[in-house]
Design a protein around this ligand. Sequence first.
Ligand SMILES: Nc1ncnc2c1ncn2[C@@H]1O[C@H](COP(=O)(O)OP(=O)(O)O)[C@@H](O)[C@H]1O
Ligand SMILES: [Mg+2]
Length: 253
Amino acid sequence: MLQVRGERLELLYMLAISEGQLRTAGGGILYDTSRLRKPGAELFDVEHWRAEGSLQEIAGGRASIAVVGSGEQRWVLRHYRRGGLIARISRDRYFWLGEARTRSFAEWRLLAELRRRGLPVPAPVAARYVRGALTYTADLITEYLPDCRTLADAITGAQLPAEQWSIVGKTIAAFHREGVHHADLNAHNILIEHAVAPRVYLLDFDRGRIEARGSWEQDVLARLRRSLEKTKAQRSAVAFTAEQWAWLMAGYE
Ligand SMILES: Nc1ncnc2c1ncn2[C@@H]1O[C@H](COP(=O)(O)OP(=O)(O)O)[C@@H](O)[C@H]1O
Ligand SMILES: [Mg+2]
């Protein structure tokens, strides 16, 4: 595994994602050939990692996330799950519309493109789908970002300094300049490094896309603001008011 130290090396590293593809019984795997030699289905199986003793934790809103591996080599495993009413019909099955349109392949490729453009997202490691008759299930593995917390957690029981709100705004602006439309930018899909001048990452690019700039940018900001308000309503001691939002917007503009 390449050790990454310093911005220059990291930039080279970000450019190094190369796409490989494998067919499996009833499905397919997309992966970064610079990180994996011959990925098997077991990589996506939480029980495999548990048996190896390298299952770190399972968390996430819909309990679909596992952190696996150890040391420098930690990954986040996500099984795609449906939300909303349709989840009553099927928890994790999606209609098959072709391989390129599977949730996992689409997100893997978008993340790879965002890394190529130098945007702060976790590196995509591997994606897969498993077919049913008219449907499929999907999984994604990304690189675990260490020493981070979500924006929601960063403002719970603590104040996020104005400069850090501003970095959040700046980061969102960098994505919008590239036409990157995040379909669900909320306070849990933003990670902030534990540092004085932290790096800020955006996560969870399911259904995200790159498109022409437009009024959607304001919708994304409005959605994030609603999410921050919701976090405040749900939790106690959340430091979020119009003042904080103005700090974020100052960075955005
Ligand atoms: N690459 C990553 N590094 C560190 N933490 C992550 C990473 N990906 C996800 N997480 C954590 O897991 C949570 C859920 O992940 P996410 O991809 O947003 O899935 P979902 O919202 O569908 O549950 C995030 O809010 C974040 O706390
Ligand atoms: Mg999320």
